[in-house]
Design a protein around this ligand. Structure first.
Ligand code: GAP
Length: 506
């Protein structure tokens, strides 16, 4: 298998070649960090969204859905803090002319030192075997302690500097740590500047009544401003959640990582409203629940980890990321945030309207606290795709590329393939299509040799291929081929629906 950077490139080109993801406006040389989903990509994306929606809304009696508009009153973003605080510190390298997030440069530097600690720990584990006491080793080994002291020193300087918005000190720190531009290899840095990430546009005619509005940078605010509407109409009692999926827009500074960092992307968010003082209990609960959801996608636990935040966003009193091991390394795929009553209180203040919940059990009214789960749909798509991508050498010496996408998420669940285009086989195949297409996304294909058709279905991640051959005409049986094992079994045409459904449900 290729190294990670090469692997990432292969996944991107596979996604394009097989109709999963295209660069936006490719005809005009594309638009940076914006992508279009092709015929098979849109199916996979819809399936992931639906799987999330069912897990959150359908399987939780106390969570309801919402679809708020992208455009919102401009004061929403003043109240939420986005106008003043939704910015990233950026720095340019004068030699390469590349722009970076200053915080990411420093966090990557910290990560490298953390990786060195992990290596020392793993070496020691190998040496000491079962008697190894990791906690004690981390606390006493001089080299590990030295690394840890360095990390602490950077964090103790960096986070307060960001807090104070002392960008000159952030630049000094980058210089002192000897961080170089990965492209030019030099330390010829500009000053650090804050860069607001919101896109703005005008509502109404530009000349009359021009009013600047923003494209929402998160879906969450649509939920907050509808809190009372939803709570009253759906008769919800605390604790309860409101879930929503939809587009969000951010003018990302560094956007060269395919679906990982886009300027237009989709979020799947859920705000869970709780009694003040109970938020940490629910924060822990949702951290665990959301990790279980990721593992239910069939991706091994070793590909995920939690990252607890040291520096908290302006609205949070606790926050953690679920990170996934993408080909570009462990990176955030989902955030779980305890947002206190920050948003509802701010909207109460800015709108001048009361936003309170009357708790009949406690006989008192209050502004609820919020625990949020916020996952990127495009990043989940990238996680599923990159984990699924495999290159295999087969026993006969040939190669195949296969996407081992879990059957429940696969863009096409069943391919229906008549062995040849004649002798009545296509008619039999159509009978099978009629049986399956109302329950599963199917694909009918009669062109090319059967071997080639199987390869194409492997590359699209189709878990099952049903082949209609001459024996079908004699005994009404067909073969069903498993993508991963490539084994085929014969079943009767009457059984097809039940067998496919059973296999997909697992
Ligand atoms: N409402 C909270 C919120 O928006 P966030 O951590 O900024 O929190 C949540 O974003 C999730 O949205 C991230 O974990 C990530 O999966 C996704 N996301 C954020 N920015 C993104 C981008 N530029 N491109 C793709 N996905 C992004």
């Amino acid at each position: 298998m290729a190294n990670n950077e090469e692997l990432f490139k292969k996944i991107i080109s596979h996604a394009k070649e097989y109709g999963f993801v295209f660069p936006s406006s490719e005809l005009y040389d594309g638009l940076s960090a914006v992508y279009d989903y092709g015929p098979f990509g849109v199916e996979l994306k819809n399936n992931i969204r639906e799987y999330w929606w069912k897990s959150m809304v359908q399987y939780h009696e106390n969570i309801v859905g919402l679809d708020a508009a992208i455009f919102m009153h401009p004061t929403v973003w003043k109240a939420s803090g986005h106008v003043d605080a939704f910015s990233d510190p950026m720095i340019d390298n004068r030699d390469s002319k590349k722009r970076y997030r200053a915080d990411v440069l420093i966090e990557d530097h910290i990560q490298k030192t953390e990786d060195k600690i992990s290596k020392e720990v793993e070496k020691a584990r190998g040496r000491f075997g079962e008697t190894f006491d990791e906690k004690m080793y981390r606390e006493t080994n001089p080299r590990v302690k030295e690394y840890q002291d360095k990390i602490n020193a950077v964090k103790n300087r960096f986070y307060p500097a960001l807090e104070r918005n002392d960008l000159a000190d952030v630049k000094l720190l980058i210089e002192e740590l000897g961080i170089v531009c990965p492209v030019s290899g030099t330390k010829n840095w500009t000053e650090v500047r804050q860069f607001n990430l919101m896109f703005s546009t005008q509502m109404g005619s530009v000349n009359e009544d021009a009013n600047e509005i923003y494209l929402r940078p998160e879906t969450a605010q649509g939920i907050f401003v509808n809190f009372l509407n939803v709570q009253k109409t759906a008769r919800m009692k605390i604790p309860f959640g409101i879930a929503q999926t939809g587009k969000a827009f951010r003018n990302e500074i560094v956007a060269r990582q395919f679906l990982f960092r886009m300027r237009e992307f989709e979020q799947m968010e859920m705000q869970f409203f709780v009694r003040p003082g109970e938020e940490m209990k629910w924060y822990e609960y949702w951290k665990e629940e959301r990790m279980k959801w990721h593992l239910s996608l069939g991706i091994p636990a070793s590909k995920y980890r939690f990252h607890d935040h040291d520096k908290l966003a302006h609205y949070a009193n606790a926050a953690a990321d679920i990170e996934f091991e993408f080909p570009i390394g462990f990176k955030e795929i989902e955030g779980i945030h305890s947002r206190t009553d920050f948003d509802l209180s701010a909207h109460q203040k800015f709108s001048g309207r009361k936003i309170q919940y009357f708790d009949t059990e406690q006989n008192e009214g209050y502004v609820p606290y919020v625990v949020e789960t916020s996952i990127g749909l495009d990043r989940t798509f990238l996680a599923v795709l990159s984990h699924a991508y495999r290159e295999e050498k087969l026993e006969d010496g040939s190669d195949r590329v296969v996407l081992g996408i879990p059957a429940k998420l696969a863009p096409i669940r069943v391919a229906v393939l008549p062995l040849v285009k004649k002798d009545g086989l296509p008619e039999k195949a159509r009978e099978i299509m009629d049986k399956l297409m109302y329950d599963h996304r199917c694909f009918y294909e009669e062109k090319d040799t059967i071997g080639r058709r199987y390869r194409r279905m492997d590359a699209l991640g189709t878990p099952y291929c049903i082949t209609i051959d001459h024996q079908t005409l004699q005994d009404n049986t067909v073969t069903i081929r498993d993508r991963d094992t490539m084994l085929q079994e014969r079943i009767t045409m009457d059984e097809v629906s039940a067998v496919v459904t059973k296999k997909i449900r697992g």
